[in-house]
Design a protein around this ligand. Structure first.
Ligand code: SME
Length: 178
C-alpha cells in the first residue's frame, strides 16, 4: 500500500473515512475519460487527484511542453505563480526536460537553478509525463516541508504521470497534438 494514500471522509461513502490512493485517482480518471470528458477536464481532475494524495503537496500543477521548447503552465492548485512559461533548461522544471529525468529537490534553498514560486516552498518534485523518448508534459509539486517527497510518494505521482502519458499518446494518435 503506497504511503501517500490519504484518509478522506467521502461524500459517496456517507462521510466515512476512506483511503485515497494513486489507484483511486487513476480509476476515477479512467471513468471520467470513458464518460467522454474533454482532455483538459481530465487533466484538471488529475491535478486535483494528485494534490489530494498528500497533505504535504501545497502546489500541484502540470506544465506542458510545446514544440518551441517552452513549458506552459496548465491546470494547477495552489498560489498563482509568475512562471507561466519556462524555457527548457531554466529552473528545476526546464532542467528536468533538458536532462530528460525526474528531479526531486529536498531543499530548494540549496538549489542554484531554481525559479521561486512561493517563498514558503522548501522542496519540489518534477515527474515527466513521457512515453519513451517523447516528453509531453510534467507534473510539478511544491511542498512547504523540507524533503517532502519520499520514495513512496514519488512512486504514486509516477503512476498517475504514466497514466497521463498514455492519455497524451492517445490524443496524439487521434491527431490533436498541442
Ligand atoms: N520552481 C519551478 C518553477 C515552477 S513553480 O514552482 C510553480 C522551477 O524552478 O522550475
Amino acid at each position: 500500500m503506497p504511503i501517500c494514500a490519504r484518509i478522506h471522509p467521502s461524500p459517496s461513502n456517507e462521510g466515512r473515512a476512506e483511503m485515497v490512493t494513486a489507484d483511486h485517482v487513476i480509476a476515477d480518471l479512467g471513468k471520467l475519460q470513458r464518460s467522454g470528458a474533454a482532455f483538459e477536464e481530465v487533466l484538471e481532475a488529475a491535478v486535483r487527484g494528485l494534490h489530494e494524495l498528500d497533505d504535504r503537496f501545497h502546489w500541484t500543477g502540470i506544465y506542458e511542453l510545446f514544440p518551441d521548447n517552452v513549458l506552459r503552465l496548465g491546470p494547477f492548485i495552489g498560489a498563482p505563480t509568475d512562471h507561466v512559461f519556462i524555457g527548457v533548461g531554466r529552473g528545476v522544471c526546464g532542467t528536468a526536460v533538458a536532462e530528460r529525468r525526474n528531479i526531486n529537490v529536498p531543499d530548494v534553498r540549496l538549489e542554484s537553478n531554481y525559479l521561486a514560486c512561493s517563498t514558503e516552498t522548501r522542496s519540489e518534485l518534477v515527474i515527466l509525463i513521457r512515453r519513451g523518448e517523447r516528453i509531453y508534459a510534467q507534473v510539478d509539486i511544491d511542498s512547504h516541508q523540507v524533503a517532502a517527497f519520499d520514495e513512496s510518494s514519488v512512486a504514486c505521482v509516477q503512476r498517475v504521470a504514466d497514466w497521463l502519458a498514455a492519455l497524451y499518446e492517445s490524443r496524439d494518435r487521434l491527431g490533436r497534438a498541442p
